[in-house]
Design a protein around this ligand. Structure first.
Ligand SMILES: *Cc1c(COP(=O)(O)O)cnc(C)c1O
Length: 339
């Protein structure tokens, strides 16, 4: 099976499992797990942020961030295809009583100008605009990367208007290896950052929320209330430490293989367009006469898995468990598919 549904499908490597098994653990609800503490220190200092909180999922770190940075009835500015709006089960509404203000934008990215124009007037008819959420890399935008200059302008717009800024950085490391920016550049620009260890980094479980001491203290309260405080989670945190030490640079391979997948798909007679491939996500658009379910079925018959991504769209994601020999097999198989 060649599984390209997501970069979340990877299994821990033998080295990672060994490292997990040897972790020193304690009860993290008491703050006693040395491995969780080590991970939180490691990731927060990498980004030059004061503190971090290890959580079970990226949805939870985003949801906690939105709760911590807002009050009920506030409005959150985000792209209409953002994960926090589209793929978190309506959580911002049910968990924190927030309204999203949905913006359009090139491959999932919004601009400082749009942010300024989206701020509601100070009038009781309107929700209070208090938070902006960016996503980098942008999943629905095909793994697109934000221009750092634009993020800086958005930060300025936020400061000028008293807004907070959260980064859904589930795949931020994909952007970092591609741009060679220092993580601390991002740490300086956001109030909170969410990082997933279970995507391209290849750990089995967990995400970290990064922020100031004060915001993370509040985040710890919210995590407890959301049921996300764990006990001997050091075994899981160890996998994340191992991933940070061994799986960052290799993401370049994922990006190269994604480029190759894009080129292979582009050559197929029934593919209308492949979105630009910036990182590890490839989105292909089929000819109008063909459905995404037809293509996915044909792939599945030959043991290749991908996911539907909207009308006529199919998404492929490269990862730790996909290599050059899988690519060769992929190429052979897709070239044999005929509509
Ligand atoms: C995967 C992902 C998340 C978090 O997802 P979980 O499955 O809850 O860990 C958040 N944002 C983006 C952009 C993602 O791709």
């Amino acid at each position: 099976m060649i599984d390209l549904r997501s970069d979340t499908v990877t299994k821990p490597t033998a080295e990672m499992l060994e490292f997990m098994m040897s972790a020193e653990v304690g009860d993290d609800v008491f703050g006693d797990d040395p491995t969780v503490n080590e991970l939180q220190e490691k990731i927060s200092s990498l980004f030059g942020m004061e503190d971090a909180l290890y959580c079970p999922s990226g949805t939870m770190t985003n949801q906690i961030a939105m709760r911590v940075l807002t009050q009920p009835q506030d409005e959150v500015v985000c792209h209409k295809y953002s994960h926090v709006y589209l793929y978190e089960g309506g959580g911002m509404m049910s968990n924190s009583m927030l309204t999203p203000k949905l913006l359009e934008g090139d491959r999932g990215r919004i601009t400082a100008k749009q942010v300024e124009e989206s701020i509601n007037p100070d009038d009781v008819h309107y929700a209070r605009t208090t938070l902006v959420v960016l996503e980098n890399t942008m999943n629905k935008g095909g793994g697109s990367i934000y221009d750092l200059k634009e993020i800086e302008s958005i930060r300025e717009a936020c400061d000028k208007n008293g807004l907070k800024l959260h980064l859904d950085g589930a795949r931020l490391f994909n952007a970092l290896v591609e741009t060679e920016h220092d993580p601390s550049t991002y740490g300086k620009l956001f109030d909170t950052i969410s990082i997933c260890f279970s995507k391209g980094l290849g750990a089995p479980v967990g995400s970290a929320l990064l922020g100031s001491k004060e915001n993370i203290k509040q985040a710890r309260r919210v995590r407890k209330a959301f049921g996300g405080a764990m006990r001997q989670s050091g075994y899981l945190a160890a996998a994340c430490i191992h991933a940070l030490d061994h799986h960052v640079d290799r993401m370049r391979d994922d990006h190269q293989l994604a480029q190759s997948i894009g080129k292979i798909l582009q050559e197929l007679s029934f593919i209308r367009e492949v979105m630009p491939v910036d990182t590890n996500i490839v989105i292909a658009q089929l000819d109008d006469s063909l459905s995404e379910s037809w293509f996915l079925e044909e792939l599945k018959k030959k043991d290749i898995l991908a996911v539907p991504f909207g009308k006529n769209l199919v998404r492929f994601v490269t990862h730790l468990d996909f290599n050059q020999s899988h690519l060769d097999k992929f190429s052979e198989i897709v070239n044999g598919i005929k509509p």
